[in-house]
Design a binder for this molecule. Structure first.
Ligand code: GLU
Length: 356
């Protein structure tokens, strides 16, 4: 991708109206905004939510939205083509074609699938087509669905090595407090340094995380900025929100500044995309070797481990106080770790997750 590339995610409350129908005015405005950025040389990938809500507006006959996940997955199958049709029309007025890419967590975990998804997105870009991404809700295993498109969008930003991630939503950005509870809440313009710990962000478990809302946006922002992607949470229903967001306009949205050095695409994949199959707890000596000297993790540094991992799996590496230090791919299986020696996680396959 070009050095100026943006992944823009639009949430359900922005994509749909109060009755659950598709908010064509919002899609039209976003499509115009995307077209304008492309004309300036940006490449743009759209991540859209709204399939389930639009699907229920179509078949729910005004009944309350169901809660069983299998029904919601079926409903997404109704809504997804409606959503794509709406995006197709919105972009057609800008003389742009759209291509649908549906992704599930496994597409990120399997390195081969991951690289294929990247090639497809790049090929769509070369064809001049706007990729419109959603989670493959209809078939994704409920146990491991992302469940919220904020995380999906952050992973897509890593996938295409985007310079920017813009999360368009129904609030002005990140506020100092919940405005419903505290009328003095104000917009946070810039978040300069991200929390030192990525606890809970770095693909800690195999199950899906979050359910949307501000927490999942901040988690997505932490993941993306750690990889080097500037992230902006901005209001969808303002004029030209995407252009204003990527320009870092003062008093518009909240900009999370990236870490100065980018993670390589492969290291971003290890850190955030692939699920952990176990944990290794290491001793103080190994902690220093990893964090201060950039060394590989050796068998002698591993105090204990859990999980039934095999060679090539990702594991979390915890410090003596169980603090999350790093993630990496193991070169030995859990069985082999008992009496093996040498390198357990090579430094090329290791990503530190704490600020040094
Ligand atoms: N993939 C879901 C949908 O299209 C949206 C998930 C979310 O709300 O972030 O309905």
């Amino acid at each position: 991708m070009t050095s100026r590339s943006v992944v823009v995610k639009i949430g359900t409350t922005s994509v749909t109206d109060a009755r659950g129908g598709i908010a064509h005015d919002v899609l039209d405005a976003v499509a115009a905004d995307v077209a304008a950025l492309r004309a300036e040389g940006w490449s743009v990938v759209v991540v859209t939510s709204g399939a389930i809500t639009a699907g229920w507006a179509e078949v729910g006959e005004g009944r309350p939205r169901p809660s069983e996940s299998i029904t919601l997955q079926a409903v997404s199958a109704v809504g997804q083509p409606l959503l794509m049709d709406a995006w197709r029309r919105a972009f057609a007025t800008q003389h742009l074609a759209v291509g649908q890419v549906l992704l599930a967590p496994l597409d990120f975990s399997h390195r081969g699938q991951y690289l294929h998804a990247r090639s497809t997105l790049e090929a769509l870009g070369s064809l001049g087509v706007v990729a419109v991404v959603n989670e493959n809700d209809a078939v994704a295993d409920e146990e491991i669905r992302f469940g919220d498109n904020d995380r999906l969008a952050a992973l897509v930003a890593n996938l295409v090595a985007a310079s920017h991630l813009v999360l368009l939503t129904d609030t002005p950005g990140l506020l100092t407090a919940d405005p419903r509870l505290d009328p003095t809440a104000t917009l946070i313009d810039v978040v300069a340094s991200i929390d030192t710990s990525l606890e809970g962000v770095a693909g800690r478990s195999r199950s899906g995380v979050g359910s949307g809302g501000m927490a999942s946006k901040v988690a997505a922002a932490r993941m993306a900025t750690w990889s080097g992607v500037t992230t902006v949470i901005a209001p969808a229903r303002e004029a030209t929100p995407l252009r204003r967001a990527v320009r870092g306009q003062h008093d518009f949205g909240t900009t999370f500044e990236p870490r100065p050095e980018r993670l390589s695409a492969r290291k971003a994949w290890i850190a955030f995309a692939v699920a952990s199959a176990g944990t290794l707890r290491i001793n103080q000596g190994a902690l220093q070797a990893l964090e201060n000297h950039g060394r590989s993790l050796l068998r002698v540094g591993v105090e204990s481990f859990s999980g039934d991992f095999v060679e090539g799996d990702a594991v979390e590496i915890l410090g003596p106080q169980d603090q999350l230090l790093a993630k990496g791919l193991v070169r030995v299986s859990a069985e082999g770790l008992v009496d093996g020696d040498d390198v357990v996680v090579h430094r090329d396959d290791l990503v530190l997750l704490r600020m040094s």
